[in-house]
Design a protein around this ligand. Structure first.
Ligand SMILES: *Cc1c(COP(=O)(O)O)cnc(C)c1O
Length: 387
């Protein structure tokens, strides 16, 4: 039962300037969908990511829908997606009448395995099907290996749409998360590293792609004084008030990334020496935003499994969550093929996301770590550092 001292997994954390930006929107009466704050948010996001064109939308899921459509995905195509992800990453392919094919992650990065992607493309094409797009997920704020994925996709003319919904502020080599894909999507849902109270964004260097996506996101109106339509569109645009909140959040993004990384390090210092405990690895090619700290428990060694720990935390009013249940294990996708799958199945069995909100105090972190540590009877708790 939520109470005031409940510790949530990843609650919104305002930076302080958000209300000023919202006031500015109110003063100019740009409460209606479009307005200067939205344009400014998109320009700021271009500066952050390096993408020439950014389009603010109502959700990350909407951004994926428009992104896939603009990359040419249509009925009968196959969209190849990460199996270890959130469902919003993969449902938009079905909105377009495409079929899905899932690919497992590799154990070193927890993101799409490029070798398995190559196998998946071969298999789909051997079946006489067209791969419309590949959409890898940057899991828990860790970038996929874009260059390795592009080496599979581009020689065969397959576009890459990066699902960087969880990876705002993360880096791949010297670029922002998502950069390198033909397009990328981001989410500002309430539990992500920064939020607009619900929102998403589609980014690309392709001006025509973003221009048409913008038109489609506003009901695909033809250029006429009356309301005239020659295509089917959507109501997917981000509101100006939401963008104003986003401007305040962008101001503190670098702090938020540093804090999430410090929280991860703190958990590792506190719990990493316990038997049977390990944490999500970090890929050598990037710097993750550590959106959520994921702990892996070897039940035999630790003496308790992730679900035991989750229930023990819940009994103390602390929210934690299993690792995403892989898409190929979802009842709704029981008929969808998957290349590999054992790695993400193992992570789902052993993984637990710990509270990672950036507003958490050290005492609150300690409350979580003590409860987790108490679940292993055999070993004294290791020392811990300061965040
Ligand atoms: C949050 C999320 C989405 C969807 O974003 P919404 O803004 O909630 O629609 C898509 N993919 C991944 C990997 C996500 O974590």
């Amino acid at each position: 039962m939520p109470t005031s001292d409940r510790l949530y997994l990843s609650p919104p954390h305002m930076g302080g300037a958000e209300l000023d930006f919202v006031h500015r929107a109110f003063e100019s009466n740009f409460i209606a969908p479009l307005g200067p704050q939205l344009a400014e948010f998109e320009a700021e996001f271009s500066r952050l990511t390096g993408f020439a064109h950014c389009l603010g939308l109502s959700s990350g899921t909407a951004a994926i829908h428009l992104g896939l459509r603009q990359l040419g995905v249509g009925p009968g195509d196959v969209v190849i997606a990460s199996t270890l992800t959130f469902i919003g990453s993969v449902t938009p392919a079905t909105f377009l009448g495409a079929d899905l094919h899932f690919v497992d992650c590799d154990a070193a990065t927890w993101t799409m395995d490029p070798a398995l992607l190559a196998e998946a493309v071969d298999q789909v094409e051997a079946d006489g099907r067209r791969v419309g797009a590949v959409i890898p997920t940057d899991l828990y704020g860790q970038c996929s290996d874009y260059d390795a994925l592009l080496a599979v996709c581009h020689p065969r003319g397959i576009p890459l749409l990066v699902d960087a919904a969880e990876a705002v502020g993360a880096a791949y080599k010297d670029r922002h998360a998502g950069r390198g894909g033909d397009a990328a999507v981001y989410s500002f849902n309430g539990n992500k590293i920064i939020t607009t109270g619900g929102g998403g964004l589609l980014a690309s260097d392709d001006k025509a792609l973003i221009d048409e996506a913008r038109r489609l996101s506003q009901q695909a109106r033809d250029p006429a004084p009356h309301y005239q339509h020659s295509t089917i569109g959507y109501n997917y645009r981000m509101s100006n008030v939401a963008a104003a909140i986003g401007l305040g959040q962008l101001d503190v993004l670098a702090e938020r990334v540093a804090r999430r990384r410090a929280i991860f390090d703190w958990y590792v210092d506190s719990l990493g020496r316990l038997p049977g405990v390990s944490f999500m690895p970090e890929a050598a090619y990037g710097l993750g935003n550590r959106w959520l700290t994921v702990i892996l428990l070897d039940e035999a060694e630790f003496g308790a499994g992730p679900e035991d720990v989750r229930l023990a935390l819940e009994a103390e009013n602390i929210e934690s969550r299993p690792v995403w249940k892989p898409m190929h294990m979802q009842p709704v996708f029981r008929d969808v093929p998957c290349s590999g799958g054992a790695v993400s199945e193992g992570l789902f069995r052993r993984g637990l996301c710990l509270p990672s909100g950036t507003a958490m105090s050290e005492a609150e972190l300690d409350r979580v770590a003590r409860r987790v540590a108490a679940m292993t009877a055999t070993s004294p708790r290791g020392g811990r550092g300061t965040p």
